[in-house]
Design a protein around this ligand. Structure first.
Ligand SMILES: *[C@@H]1O[C@H](CO)[C@@H](O)[C@H](O)[C@H]1NC(C)=O
Length: 371
């Protein structure tokens, strides 16, 4: 009223504000939304991102990372133990697996199939193997036994997905961690044979016994020894030729007991985390009961701080494997960014693998993070 001449200006400002609100709500779609942008479906987000909510961290849904950086494309001339890999906990217990026993009532740990996990850059799978209905099944358990209501599907189906991936991706290496409840000798090695996986087998005899470096990744690829398998059952190394995990890997406590901020305690079965006679370090970071809406927080800030804590507990060693539930869920970068950090540290001593300056020896970081 006092300054009637300003009315057009005010109107113009109101228009500007409204239109910017409208454009920020619908700022992007059709594969154009970037990391952190609001979205209504995966199709809105750029390649490599998915559209997820994360109550507690942000309102609505945003594009978050859902694919890993290919660390071997940055540098493949280092030993296998100088790399970090996204690892899915109970990879087989995923929402895409149909019900095969009629009455499955157990929880799932992941959203997409093992094939999709691998295509998104997951390079290590945690599989629980049981004798069930006369063959080997992947299953959750009660008291070490598989039941109709906890059974997912026959192991050979998942192993064939791994075979198809290794065959289609001749420069990639996949690691399997078997929580192994199979008692009959040679039954497990038979299923690997039947799945066509023996041609990729990395032999136990080539695994370092006393804290030495693993073979170079480029040599593992050249020799087609691209499948690394560990079992939790000691007798299998002798009977089936499958490496006994605790001879080669240290691991922290999994589930709720492992989730105390500022602590990184060893899992009972493992040697102490700072035992450097084991060349590989695996970090679990997930709660006992997988709750999708909480997992995005687990896979974000608390994961990064856990990795720092565990670096100290492991005798100043960065983790090689990071195992999570719902691996695509996060507040933005998630397990993918965490593994980029680990690979940066392992490959060139930088805080992000994208900062490793190609071809530099000794390794150096570029000041500018390049994609
Ligand atoms: C890979 O890392 C090694 C060791 O730091 C270095 O000598 C080599 O130049 C790097 N290769 C590439 C392609 O960056």
């Amino acid at each position: 009223m006092e300054h009637p001449r300003n009315i057009p200006l005010i109107l113009f400002a109101v228009l500007l504000i409204t239109s910017s609100v409208i454009t920020s709500t619908f700022a992007c779609s059709n594969g154009q939304c970037q990391l952190g942008d609001g979205c209504s479906s995966d199709a809105d987000c750029q390649t490599g991102l998915s559209c997820f909510s994360c109550p507690g961290a942000f309102e609505g849904s945003r594009c978050v990372r859902s694919t890993a950086t290919n660390q071997f494309q940055i540098n493949n001339s280092l030993p296998f133990n100088k790399y970090a890999f996204v690892t899915t906990h109970n990879s087989f217990a995923n929402e895409e697996e149909p019900h095969h026993t009629g009455i499955r009532v157990t929880f799932v740990n992941q959203e997409d199939s093992v094939t999709k996990q691998l295509n998104n850059g997951v390079r290590a799978l945690m599989l629980d193997t049981y004798e069930f209905r006369g063959v080997i099944w992947l299953c959750h358990s009660f008291g070490g036994k598989c039941h109709d209501f906890t059974a997912f599907w026959i192991a050979i189906d998942t192993l064939k997905q791994v075979e198809a991936f290794l065959s289609a991706n001749p420069s990639e290496i996949v690691t399997l961690f078997l929580e192994d409840y199979v008692n009959t000798p040679k039954l497990l090695s038979k299923v690997f044979e039947d799945a066509g996986l023996m041609k990729y087998w990395f032999p136990v005899s080539s695994m370092p016994q006393n804290g030495q470096d693993w073979p170079l990744v480029k040599d593992m690829v050249a020799n087609n020894q691209r499948l690394v398998v560990f079992t939790s059952k000691k007798s299998k190394q002798e009977s089936d030729g499958i490496a006994y995990q605790w001879n080669y890997v240290v691991e922290n406590q999994y589930g709720d007991d492992g989730e105390h901020p500022g602590e990184c305690s060893q899992r009972d079965e493992s040697a102490p985390l700072d035992d450097k006679t084991k060349s590989l370090v695996l970090i679990n970071h997930f709660h006992t009961v997988p709750i999708k809406k909480l997992t995005c927080g687990d896979n974000s800030g608390t994961l990064l701080s856990m990795l720092d804590t565990c670096h100290g507990s492991a005798g100043n060693r960065w983790a090689n494997f990071v195992a999570v539930n719902y691996y695509k869920r996060s507040e933005g970068g998630g397990v993918f960014q965490a593994v980029d950090k680990l690979n940066g540290q392992l490959i060139c001593g930088c805080d992000d693998v994208h900062s490793c300056k190609p071809g530099s020896s000794p390794p150096t970081c570029s000041a500018i993070k390049c994609q």
